[in-house]
Design a protein around this ligand. Structure first.
Ligand code: ADP
Ligand code: K
Length: 446
């Protein structure tokens, strides 16, 4: 264990710590964040009525749309010159979601990642091959500093260039790999293609997250990479990866939520009412210690359940696998995608009709997205295509071809993902099913 004292703290002491931290937090955000002050005042919540962690259900929820409305720095409780780092995540529409950290927040981030990696089997002195994306996303850099804090030697490979990744895995012989479960499968597939065996590498532990996965995927990765594979979960708004982690010797029983920093609740997705341990609902977190941008009862939209496992030495609560989302966020190769982000690109084109469809499939192990969009009839008439055209004629018409290439590039610039764009003629894409637009077709699990 990285922090045995905290990880095994008695529940009674944990509740006391959480209560102190919550009371401090509520007073602080009331004084420093106008959004929370207004919300408290409007809903008649008296700050002094929050006396312990048991009062948490009296507090309002914070949602991703609130972050958008306060873009970029409305939720800050400290002056901007006290920030040590700023990251972003996908926003629902328009602007990205901004998350900011003080020096102290970064220490907490590294601490929870160090705890997580240790629970996943990593130890000081081991090498870590880190294939999480470096950059604005919290994944790569977040894991990096936590691994250094644990005393590991980090190889900051980031995503892509799988050939080079294989070479480094062979030459450097790291014991630990961190990436998305689907990328771990891609690496395994490439090893097999090169006739490389598990014994050519030195991997022992794979710490995998950023997207949902299953026990079948776990067995596949464990066999093909010769590792113990565990789940790491997190989200930028709460801190990044390292909000929770599965222990390598307790696989399949859930991931420990480091609840001295992140207080979890499960609530009903329609009513917001708290649900008892074991029941499935929306996961909600309160960041008890974050300085720069703390959130009260942040609504993750992730569906899962929480429960205690009193037979273990770690005392913190465990969360089960994420069963799905209560919104329409898609996770493509670990990257969050809202269809509204694509819609915004289309809205800039007067040549397009407001009808599109997003189709997600798996090509081998990799998520693929194709978006079909309609041109409008004025544009078609201008091109002499008043009678319409077929999908396979697009690339033969220079105006249509150039438009679909432009759309592809603009989407890549906006969301950071390569997506196939297919132009359709006006009326070719089914409009609605029973009155409800059916824009997203996710065929990955079928
Ligand atoms: P990260 O880079 O850690 O994935 P993001 O903020 O970009 O952080 O994405 C957070 C979302 O990703 C979560 O709300 C959840 O939907 C999904 N996610 C992250 N980790 C996991 C995991 N281990 N299992 C399932 N979903 C996950
Ligand atoms: K993600």
């Amino acid at each position: 264990m990285y922090n045995k004292e905290i990880e095994t703290l008695s529940l009674e002491k944990l509740r006391k710590l959480q209560s102190e931290r919550l009371v401090n937090l509520v007073n602080r955000v009331y004084k420093t964040v106008p959004f929370y002050k207004n919300l408290f005042d409007e809903s008649g919540i008296d700050v002094s009525s929050i006396k312990s962690i048991n009062d948490i259900h009296k507090l309002p929820f914070t949602k991703k749309t609130d972050l958008r409305d306060q873009y970029p720095f409305g939720f800050l409780t400290v002056p901007e010159n006290q920030l040590a780092r700023i990251h972003c995540s996908s926003g629902t529409t328009g602007k990205p979601t901004v998350v900011a950290y003080t020096k102290n927040d970064l220490d907490i981030f590294s601490e929870v990642v160090a705890r997580s990696l240790a629970a996943g089997g990593a130890k000081s002195g081991m090498k870590m091959h880190n294939s999480y994306g470096y950059g604005l996303f919290t994944g790569g850099i977040g894991i990096h500093y936590g691994a250094e804090k644990l005393g590991m030697s980090v190889i900051p490979v980031s995503v892509g260039m799988t050939d080079r990744q294989i070479t480094l895995l062979q030459d450097f012989q790291p014991e630990v790999i961190c990436c998305t479960p689907s990328y771990a499968q891609t690496i395994a597939f490439e090893l097999e293609k090169r006739n490389l065996k598990v014994s050519d590498l030195n991997l022992k532990y794979a710490i995998l997250g950023a997207e949902p996965w299953t026990e079948a995927i776990r067995s596949d990765i464990e066999a093909s990479l010769g590792v113990k594979a565990t789940n790491i979960y997190g989200l930028s708004e709460i801190i990044g990866p390292g909000v929770s982690q599965e222990a390598y010797n307790e696989q399949g029983t859930g991931s420990y939520v480091w609840e001295d920093h992140f207080f979890p609740e499960i609530v009903d997705k329609d009513t917001g009412e708290p649900l008892p341990y074991g029941e499935e609902g929306v996961l909600v977190f309160t960041t008890l210690t974050k300085e720069a941008m703390p959130f009260l009862r942040y609504w993750t939209n992730d569906i899962c359940s929480l429960s205690y496992d009193h037979s273990m030495s770690r005392t913190h609560i465990k969360m089960g696998q994420i069963k799905g989302r209560s919104d329409d966020m898609l996770i493509i190769r670990g990257v969050n995608l809202f269809h509204t982000q694509i819609e915004e690109v289309f809205q800039e084109y007067k040549e397009l009709a407001p009808n599109y469809q997003l189709i997600v499939t798996k090509n081998g192990l990799t998520d693929q997205v194709e978006v079909k969009v309609e041109t409008n009839s004025d544009f078609q008439i201008k091109l002499g295509l008043g009678g319409g055209f077929k999908e396979d004629e697009v690339m033969k018409n220079s105006a249509l071809a150039s438009m679909s290439n432009q759309l592809k590039k603009n989407i890549k610039d906006k969301v950071g993902l390569s997506i196939k764009v297919t132009l359709n003629c006006y009326g070719a894409i089914p409009k609605s099913e029973g009155g409800k637009l059916n824009r997203i077709i996710d065929l990955r699990n079928s």
